[in-house]
Design a protein around this ligand. Structure first.
Ligand code: ADP
Length: 594
């Protein structure tokens, strides 16, 4: 399975953006129409001023014409205001709908993505896509297309009007715009790739900084402070070199382009050329006025083109990341009304599994967990124990073979049915930033306060919760700062609330202090009592009483039986047991000697 990377290729991002904003396209088109009317109406007052000047400077003033022109100018201003407001309202409503639509699509999609997909990395990508990236589309949809329309319509209408006065001075008026836009065009070549390289360089510096800060304790302990520091400095230097090489080439041309497109240059060009035209007798002095008024309006919108290009680039990258989340593989979800499991027996039949589709982590596992019995999985680290356990609560589907409960394949069980039957507590404890009561109640939203408390008592966490200033209302991560072991007991309480018939545990208490460890063991014992239990065991002495011990090595079951039988068989389990005993003896020696 591939994890969701930052951003994909620019062409894929472009396609993703087109696909994402497709629902808003009709509204955007309509709004651009409104904006075009507003843009034309925005040029009219300038034309009116020029025409008014001409009307008033005639030897015989045509009063009626002067009034008509003045009123037309004022009406055009009002029309512009109304149409601008309408265009903005249409795109903002469309953007609202689009954001809601994308967030709903993501929520619906993520609801079908396998639980195992939600690693820390992918969860970060989801957060970024749901919040930042959906926001990044806002500017494009609500503003950029409108700005772009104005940037095109205003110069076109202005030039069309100026051509009716004098085509030669119109051509001269256009010179700064043509030069400036040409210069910007050449600057923008390769901008997308450069921005992507910029993003990657920033990410490298961020990673090096995080690694440096997070690893400071380890690095100091082992006296290698120079090493992590060096990596951060090297990445920072690399970033500065990249940025300088990119930006230094742009500084002079972009300043020049901005200068050429500035109003003062437009005005100087028109006035200088106009003076020549008048001196040569090619043009009446009054006819220079419209060029001075509208010439400014020709170059100004081109800056908007530049910003629109940047918005487009950012929106494309955001769309690429949203598209990657929406493309995460989904599990087929069974509808209600299917077969009902006959009992709580779990069967794995010929199960094979590969995270990346090629390297098999499980290579043909057959296993039966009889209802109401305890099965422990043991084996060396990396042998596939956790992967095997995670197939039971359907973190993933096997690539071959099947996992079934009471004779029903997990793929035929609706998720609600599955999670009513299967509870799990794994190493990566996930609590939400909400009250502890709600965190526990996630297991069963209809549970009463008394039931929540009973579950917390059984999970050995009630005392700790009531000792907090706000008790069960304390918010995890804010006024409820819990140790890893305590957080794990909250998740056990959550699992207890469901009263699942089948429980899958990763017996991960290595990080907990001895007191917490004992509490967790008690809580787990309560959770496991009388149920079908599958436990990934890290310390063998905790599972000597298991009904069945399964030794997994390199993705296959190499031994199975009860503790006594396996010891007597003198095989792999025996060697694991002896190694564990020897390690325990060493620990005792150290404790005695210290
Ligand atoms: P164990 O629990 O026995 O230590 P695991 O089931 O965690 O073993 O891991 C088995 C193999 O699968 C290891 O090589 C591990 O690196 C790999 N693996 C585990 N989780 C993932 C994952 N989310 N994505 C890719 N590979 C994984």
């Amino acid at each position: 399975m591939t994890e969701t990377g930052s951003s994909s290729a620019p062409s894929l991002d472009r396609a993703a953006l087109r696909e994402l904003i497709a629902p808003a396209r009709p509204a955007i088109a309509a709004a651009c129409g409104l904006q075009a009317v507003a843009a034309v109406a925005g040029v009219v007052p300038f034309v009116a001023v020029a025409e008014l000047a001409r009307a008033l400077c005639q030897p015989e003033v045509d009063g009626e014409r002067a009034w008509t022109v003045a009123v037309a100018g004022v009406v055009a201003l009002l029309v512009r205001l109304v149409f601008l407001g309408l265009a903005g309202a249409v795109t903002h409503f469309a953007d609202n709908d689009l954001q809601l639509d994308i967030r709903r699509r993501m929520a619906a999609h993520l609801g079908r993505v396998p639980l195992g997909w939600f690693t820390e990395h992918n969860s970060g990508a989801v957060k970024k896509a749901l919040q930042d990236d959906v926001e990044a589309l806002h500017h494009l949809v609500a503003h950029s297309y409108l700005e772009l329309t104005a940037a095109i319509v205003v110069p076109l209408v202005s030039v069309a009007y100026l051509l009716t006065i004098d085509w030669r001075l119109t051509a001269v008026t256009l010179v700064p715009a043509v030069l400036g836009v040409g210069l910007y065009g050449s600057l923008m070549r390769g901008y997308g790739q450069q921005m992507a390289a910029y993003g990657a360089a920033i990410a490298r510096v961020n990673n090096a900084a995080v690694e440096f800060v997070q690893g400071i304790a380890v690095v100091k302990t082992f006296g290698q402070s120079g090493r992590a520091h060096r990596r951060f400095l090297a990445e920072a230097d690399g970033f500065v070199a990249f940025f300088w090489q990119w930006v230094s080439g742009l500084l002079v041309p972009s300043a020049l382009a901005e200068l050429i497109l500035s109003p003062i240059v437009a005005l100087l060009t028109v006035l200088a050329a106009g003076a020549v035209f008048v001196a040569e007798g090619w043009l009446a002095p009054l006819d220079v006025l419209p060029f001075a008024l509208l010439g400014l309006g020709i170059t100004a919108p081109f800056m908007a083109l530049n910003y629109a290009q940047q918005d487009m680039s950012l929106a494309q990258q955001a769309a690429g990341r949203i598209g990657a989340v929406l493309a995460a593989p989904v599990l087929p979800i069974a509808g209600p009304g299917g077969p009902v499991p006959a009992d709580d027996t779990v069967r794995l039949h010929g199960v094979r599994f590969a995270y990346d589709g090629t390297t098999e982590v499980l290579r043909g596992v057959d296993l039966v967990l009889e209802a109401g019995t305890v099965t422990a999985i043991v084996g060396p680290s990396g042998s596939g124990k956790s992967t095997l356990a995670k197939l039971v609560p359907r973190f993933w589907d096997p690539s071959a073979g099947s996992v079934s409960i009471g004779g029903v394949d997990l793929r035929d069980l609706p998720p609600a049915e599955l999670y009513r039957r299967v509870g799990f507590v794994f190493q990566d404890v996930r609590l939400l930033r909400t009250s502890l009561r709600d965190n526990i109640r996630l297991g069963d939203p209809r549970a009463s306060d008394a039931q929540v408390e009973a579950a917390a008592r059984a999970a050995q966490i009630h005392e700790r919760i009531v000792a907090l200033p706000r008790g069960y209302d304390s918010v995890f991560g804010e006024d409820a700062i819990l140790s890893g072991g305590e957080a794990q007991r909250v998740t056990i309480a959550r699992a207890l609330l469901v009263e699942p018939r089948i429980v899958v545990l990763d017996e991960a208490t290595a990080f907990a202090d001895p007191e917490s460890e004992a509490a967790i063991q008690d809580a787990l014992a309560t959770l496991a009592a009388g149920r079908t239990l599958l436990v990934v065991a890290h310390r063998l002495h905790t599972i000597v009483g298991a009904d069945q011990i399964v030794v997994v090595e390199d993705g296959v079951v190499v031994e199975r039986g009860r503790h006594g039988e396996l010891l007597a068989a003198n095989g792999r389990y025996r060697r694991l047991w002896d190694a564990a005993e020897a390690a325990a003896d060493r620990t005792v020696d150290v404790e005695v000697n210290s």
